[in-house]
Design a protein. Structure first.
Length: 337
């Protein structure tokens, strides 16, 4: 591939004259699959409507390689083809790279950059120099030559959005990144990013990853309408409100021993309150009246939103993956929603 040297306000750099070709990822059908697939925004990628959040691998739940392998194997068997991680999730990228092996070519691999990785604060942000360093590290850890969806984890107040987008555009031209996405931006920041990309003919964000659930609906006020306007995909994280929407927590009762909200006080302080527990009770009753579970309601309600392409859910056990995969098939329009 030939390269050209180009110069702009953010420095001298070398990029290919044409985009690299990547494998075509079709609807992945595992041996036990009944998971549907949707288009990821305006990209050509088809992603399973349920994705696997990989922050438990060597990070939140500190899962080792073999425990992670069982979860990944079950996800692939269930037809899940979207795997989301981050360079800030401890050893998650390394574990995922080892576990996937040759199967990496058959899945949609998403990772993120931008979070602070060191105590000194040098490894963070969205500057051109840092992005070029971060992508090489992620590629090495994930044992791959390209990332299908490379996401800005959070806005960087110290770097102009144009510099970030030009760097990401160059990574797409180099073939190291297939598409780019963002996470945790405000509506105004997303509008700015879209305008800059459009005015300068740069690669645009195809997705926005944000907290969204039946209990946390803040993005509906401003951000989600912008996502829909630009034809982007919304990728909700924490779809179960850190487990509150699984139905395992009850008003007036202590959180089950070993559960996330029993062991993570910060999460318990945020989610485990009487107001939320009363909402969950009402949601459970509604689901039960229609022959379903609150887990199915949580997934299917999100997937009834027009912009939602994929719901990202973590898991520590294969059985959880299986339940998640089976929980996205309730057609809420038949229930009058």
């Amino acid at each position: 591939m030939q390269t050209v040297v180009t110069c702009h306000r953010y420095g001298l750099f070398e990029v290919p004259t044409r985009r690299a070709r990547h494998p075509i990822i079709y609807d992945s059908k595992g041996k036990d699959s009944n998971v549907k697939h949707r288009k990821l925004g305006k990209s050509e990628l088809q992603v399973s409507v349920v994705g696997l959040g990989c922050n438990n691998f060597g990070f939140v739940a500190n899962m080792d390689v073999e425990a992670s392998r069982k979860v990944v194997d079950k996800a692939i068997d269930a037809g899940i083809n979207f795997f989301d991680t981050s360079d800030s999730y401890g050893s998650s990228e390394e574990i995922l790279g080892e576990v996937l092996g040759e199967r990496r070519k058959k899945i949609v691999l998403a990772t993120k950059f931008g979070s602070q990785l060191d105590q000194e604060g040098r490894k963070k942000g969205a500057s051109r120099a840092y992005i070029f360093s971060a992508i090489e590290s992620s590629l090495q850890r994930l044992r791959t030559d390209w990332i299908d969806l490379y996401q800005l984890y959070r806005p960087d107040p110290n770097t102009p959005m144009e510099e970030t987008l030009r760097a990401l555009d160059d990574l797409v031209l180099q073939g190291k990144v297939r598409h780019i996405g963002c996470s945790n931006l405000s509506a105004a920041q997303l509008v700015e990013a879209h305008s800059i990309a459009e005015d300068n003919k740069l690669t645009r964000f195809v997705s926005s990853q944000d907290e969204y659930s039946l209990l946390v609906r803040d993005i509906e006020r401003e951000l989600l309408p912008v996502v829909e306007k630009y034809g982007m995909a919304e990728l909700p994280y924490f779809p179960l409100a850190s487990g509150l929407l699984t139905g395992k927590y009850r008003k007036g009762q202590a959180a089950p021993k070993g559960s996330r909200l029993a062991e993570k006080q910060g999460l318990a302080d945020r989610y485990l309150n009487e107001t939320n527990l009363e909402k969950v009770e009402r949601l459970e009753q509604f689901a039960k009246e229609h022959g379903h579970t609150v887990l199915e309601l949580a997934f299917s309600w999100l997937l009834a939103r027009p912009a939602v392409a994929n719901v990202i859910a973590g898991a520590t056990k294969p059985e959880q993956v299986e339940k998640n995969a089976q929980s996205a098939n309730w057609d809420l329009s038949r229930a009058g929603i």
